[in-house]
Design a protein around this ligand. Structure first.
Ligand SMILES: Nc1ncnc2c1ncn2[C@@H]1O[C@H](COP(=O)(O)OP(=O)(O)OP(=O)(O)O)[C@@H](O)[C@H]1O
Length: 328
């Protein structure tokens, strides 16, 4: 008997590993754009989930940004139904009026819709088709933007967002492998024209910067960048635990002890201040490196005068040796 092509088998193994331990009665949703990565992922899930006693459905988002995007989304959902991914849902999103560039706005609208839909249909996990190549591109972009170790830690293979687990089983596979898996299954992926549009930074990284690095340094660059993300994620996790302990120690009734913060190593101080700002209600998306640097300056400057404006209308100031929220 001839088994599946190696790339098809690899996607199935990756999905099986990720789904291992998920509650049997739970619904798993695959987020599928119709592109090669998420199509290979959806096909693998359709194969693996019933054999593991799990129910799996599909969600495809119509961003409404291209002519015919509604027809394409409907075709992806119809394919999902045909392979027993049920429910197979099309969700249309409005990307206008969101902060950031068009790419960021579409991503934010997509994640909001995916999480909302998952909760509405009581799916506690969503599978996403990011590959090693996506991970390498994210690391390069974060490096070039000075996003620091947190940004370069890129995408975790698992992240829990208020009761929904976002799972990325294909992070160890290459885009080339997902293309080959689709071809081996006779599936025709959709090519997103945005992926080639040089007005998007990620497209330029995908189309020129990363291939140039591979040319200069060899094909191992992609997996090395992905490995960098994993190593930084481990470091970030350890530092976050330490910073949380220091933050607790620095807490006073009316704010944070400046003396305690000053005594911390810079990496721990920045993390503690970041967590503190989040605990005050700043949104993670809006809280930038710039805000944290300004908070640090407030702590470590000789006079510690002035106030830092944080997202969400929050103002922090140093008042008599205490970093506190000020309302005046
Ligand atoms: N329109 C969409 N509908 C549903 N899920 C999506 C959509 N766009 C992206 N996703 C999910 O997010 C993942 C990453 O998408 P992104 O566009 O960043 O990468 P990609 O490499 O182009 O992925 P793909 O080849 O699957 O489109 C996809 O694999 C998919 O799981």
């Amino acid at each position: 008997m001839v088994g599946p092509a190696p790339t098809v088998a690899a996607t199935r193994v990756a999905v099986r590993r990720m789904l291992h331990g998920i509650r049997k009665d739970a619904l798993v949703l695959v987020a599928c754009s119709g592109g090669a990565d998420s199509l290979a992922l959806a096909a693998a899930t359709a194969f693996v989930a019933p054999r593991m006693g799990l129910r799996a459905g599909l969600i495809t988002i119509d961003h409404g940004l291209q002519d015919g995007s509604d027809r394409r989304a409907a075709a992806v959902a119809a394919w999902g139904e045909s392979v027993d991914l049920r429910p197979a849902l099309v969700v249309s999103v409005d990307v206008s009026g969101r902060p950031g560039g068009p790419e960021a706005a579409a991503r934010e609208a997509r994640y909001d819709a995916i999480l909302e839909t998952a909760r509405a249909c009581q799916a506690n996990s969503v599978l996403l088709g990011h590959t090693r190549d996506d991970q390498a591109e994210t690391v390069l972009l974060a490096l070039a933007r000075g996003a620091g170790p947190r940004g370069m830690a890129a995408m975790p293979d698992r992240r829990d967002v208020e009761g929904v687990a976002l799972l990325r089983p294909l992070l160890d596979m290459s885009r080339d492998e997902t293309r080959k898996a689709c071809a081996a299954m006779g599936l025709e992926p959709w090519e997103d024209p945005h992926n080639l549009d040089p007005s998007y930074a990620r497209s330029r990284v995908r189309g020129s910067a990363l291939p140039a690095l591979v040319d200069a340094l060899g094909p191992g660059v992609v997996s090395n960048l992905a490995r960098t993300a994993r190593l930084l994620a481990q470091d970030a996790e350890a530092l976050d635990v330490l910073a949380a302990e220091e933050l607790e120690r620095s807490k006073l009734e009316e704010g944070l002890s400046v003396a305690m913060l000053e005594a911390l190593l810079p990496a721990l101080r920045a993390r503690a201040l970041h967590s503190w700002a989040l605990s005050l209600g700043c949104s993670p998306a809006a809280l930038s490196h710039r805000h944290v640097t300004a908070l640090e300056a407030l702590v470590t400057s000789w006079h510690g005068q002035g106030a830092v404006h944080l997202p969400g209308g929050i103002r922090a100031a140093r008042v008599a040796g205490v970093l506190r929220v000020v309302t005046e």
